[in-house]
Design a binder for this molecule. Structure first.
Ligand code: 5GP
Length: 204
């Protein structure tokens, strides 16, 4: 069976990556969302094993040591990482996997999985991004300022991505990401082409 495909959705915080992923997963049974591990404190309403695996720093460092992450990054002073085992298992079983991670992590994934597909989610404008972060009401003003400064650096790496989606109207952005996933499945790669050509020759 063909291995699943690895899709990585990233972009500055406040662009609505999380909402896009949630909608995609709800609408689509064939794609799995990886749950990251983090050392940050849970926000109100967040559950262990649903939104993140919340861990102590020690535990996180041990998993790094054991080579248990596909990628990890220090984001605003907390560690975030994608545990390897589950993702490998899904891909091996032929399921597509979606990672919602920051830009540093996405570039690490591309290095270790060159066939991964990187999708950058952009806000419609810088003002909209700030308004969303303020409206979310979860971060102090200095954190918002830091996230805004970082957004400019992250957008600077857009050229390393395969696709970009502007999240203005959520359902349009979800549909665009869905189209990207479908297109990737219609793409001709050398292995699939050889396989199909071979089968046609045999059956003739
Ligand atoms: P938040 O604290 O708002 O949930 O996430 C902060 C940032 O960390 C977001 O940009 C989010 O995409 C990113 N993030 C979440 N999980 C991971 C992960 O496993 N690896 C990396 N590199 N970034 C992550």
């Amino acid at each position: 069976m063909a291995r699943g495909k690895l899709f990585v959705l990233s972009g500055p915080s406040g662009t609505g990556k999380g909402s896009i992923c949630r909608e995609l997963i709800n609408d689509n049974n064939d794609i799995r969302l990886s749950i990251s591990m983090t050392t940050r404190q849970p926000r109100t309403g967040e559950e262990h094993g649903v939104h993140y695996f919340f861990a102590e720093r020690e535990e996180f460092l041990e998993l790094i040591e054991a080579g248990g992450f596909i990628e990890y990054a220090d984001v605003y002073g907390n560690f975030y990482g994608t545990p390897k085992a589950q993702v490998e298992q899904w891909l091996e079983a032929g399921d597509d996997v979606l990672l919602e991670i920051d830009v540093q992590g996405a570039l690490q994934v591309k290095k270790s999985f060159p066939q991964s597909i990187l999708i950058f989610v952009l806000p419609p404008s810088i003002e909209v991004l700030r308004n969303r972060l303020v409206g979310r009401g979860t971060d102090a003003e200095d954190v918002i300022d830091r996230r805004m400064a970082n957004a400019a650096n992250e957008i600077g790496l857009l050229g390393s991505y395969d696709y970009m989606v502007v999240n203005d109207i959520l359902e349009d952005a979800v549909a665009e990401v869905g189209s990207i996933i479908r297109s990737e499945h219609c793409k001709v790669d050398e292995e699939t082409a050889d396989d199909i050509i071979g089968r046609y020759k045999e059956d003739r």
